[in-house]
Design a protein around this ligand. Structure first.
Ligand SMILES: [Zn+2]
Length: 363
């Protein structure tokens, strides 16, 4: 059993804490804990008044809490399996909220949260039904209850550590996402590019996505059509930009503000029975304008020109025109339907779109 001095640990906990998640020290701590949670003090520091065996749980709560707060998610999860007392600390929501935000904050939105709440409710209903069923079984087989009781207690003991993460805890949600057990709604940039399609360049479509921790990529099942795309990297995912289903028309609140060179996203769908995707574009000048900023009056005109410069000038997808005052949805079954518009004010959002620009202009 490796030697590990608690006094050293206490004296230097500040520096240990910063390394504990990744260093061999953490492995030694875990190993020591699993060896009956005993930290053996060396003879050099042993005092007659001190106990021979001390455990990590003998640390002051504030220091132990400090250590747990700095553990990576894998370490926190492992630590939860060491003992019941540590598990009760390690499953705390406040410890896992930080990990949720760090790993999933950019791709998890309100819709994913609502889906998780529905999952919790379903699991609780299942638990209640199973509990009632067990009671019915017990009533039916009361004569064999002693055997049943013995088996149940053994099962409870063997699964006490790993099987008791509350279903409604943040830790349970995190692990459910991490293991790909749960999917969540998100939006995927440049849909199907991994499948060899270029037709969706500079668009972002809603999908149900699963995480694969082995490849650190996602699999997406797109809404509306039975299309699956695999090996999607993190940089092609974002949380839904509006909190409504992809079939809903977004109400544009920016129409009166639009002026040439503004960056926008607009909903577009091929036909009315399909969900919208979001497409990146810029506001252009009217044909009557020479694009000279000193004389440009395009921002005062009822007609707004939208340009999609990922497409060549000759492409029918290069340009669309909307009515600034009446726009809701325009289009037809040939060119598709243009819906609600979001004006992009965030440099981060604009940069994101530019980073996904196709290698060549599309037709
Ligand atoms: Zn102009």
């Amino acid at each position: 059993m490796p030697e590990f001095s608690l006094s050293w640990f206490l004296c230097s906990h500040c520096s240990v804490i910063s390394r504990v998640g990744k260093s061999r020290v953490f492995s030694r701590v875990l190993h020591s804990l699993k060896m009956k949670l005993t930290i053996k003090k060396t003879a050099a520091v042993k005092s007659p008044v001190e106990k021979d065996d001390l455990t990590l749980l003998d640390l002051p709560d504030s220091i132990l809490e400090c250590i747990l707060e700095r553990l990576p998610s894998e370490g926190l999860n492992s630590m939860a399996g060491v003992s019941t007392a540590l598990r009760n600390m390690c499953i705390s929501d406040h410890l896992w909220e930080k990990h949720m935000k760090q790993k999933w904050g950019e791709v998890i939105g309100p819709a994913a949260y609502r889906k998780w709440l529905c999952y919790i409710a379903t699991q609780k209903e299942i638990a209640i039904l199973e509990s009632k069923k067990r009671k019915m079984d017990f009533d039916s087989f009361e004569n064999i209850w002693p055997l049943f009781k013995t088996r149940t207690l053994e099962d409870d003991n063997s699964h006490r550590l790993q099987g008791s993460i509350p279903v409604d805890s943040v830790m349970a949600w995190y692990l459910s996402l991490e293991t790909g057990k749960s999917s969540f709604p998100a939006q995927v940039y440049n849909r199907e590019s991994q499948n060899g399609h270029v037709g969706f360049m500079l668009s972002c479509y809603d999908a149900e996505v699963f995480y694969d921790c082995h490849t650190n990529t996602f699999t997406a099942r797109f809404h509306g059509r039975l299309v699956i795309e695999e090996n999607i990297e993190w940089n092609r995912l974002r949380k839904p930009v509006i909190d409504s289903p992809p079939e809903f028309l977004h109400t544009s609140s920016c129409l009166n503000d639009l002026k040439p060179n503004d960056h926008i996203e607009i909903q577009w769908r091929r036909s009315k029975d399909l969900p919208y995707g979001w497409w990146y574009g810029v506001v252009g000048h009217l044909e009557s304008c020479n694009s000279d900023a000193a004389y440009c009056q395009c921002h005062k005109n009822d007609t707004v020109v939208l340009e999609f410069t990922q497409y060549s000038h000759g492409s029918r997808w290069h340009r669309a025109v909307i009515d600034r005052n009446k726009h809701r949805e325009v289009g037809n079954e040939v060119d598709g339907f243009y819906g609600g518009i979001r004006k992009l004010d965030s440099e981060e959002e604009i940069s994101k779109w530019k980073s996904l620009w196709p290698n060549s202009t599309l037709d």
